[in-house]
Design a protein around this ligand. Structure first.
Ligand SMILES: [Zn+2]
Length: 97
């Protein structure tokens, strides 16, 4: 698929869909691209929402970072394009004290 043919949004556009999977805001998380090694906030990813699911691509090399699709009773997440996802949980820890 040639991603140049589709308009993309920034990673913030995926916040609603991602909230179905993660209890915290993942758009602020840092992810490392499994292809080029760039580490960026998820909000900077290029998000394509024209298909049946959501595809997030690296802002540097356009490698697929994350795919997820909601098929009603199940939600599928494919994050193998990420080497690492780093989430700041300091606020969660402070809230539980
Ligand atoms: Zn990349």
């Amino acid at each position: 698929m040639n991603s140049d043919r589709y308009d993309y949004l920034d990673g913030n556009a995926a916040a609603g869909e991602l909230s179905k999977i993660f209890a915290m805001d993942v758009t602020a998380a840092e992810g490392q691209c499994g292809h080029c090694g760039a580490t960026k906030r998820f909000a900077e990813a290029h998000v394509y929402m024209q298909g049946p699911g959501v595809v997030a691509r690296c802002a540097i090399c356009e490698h697929v970072l994350v795919r997820f699709v909601d098929v009603g009773r199940r939600l599928f997440l494919d994050a193998r394009g990420l080497t690492c996802l780093s989430l700041d949980i300091s606020q969660l820890r402070e809230a539980s004290r």
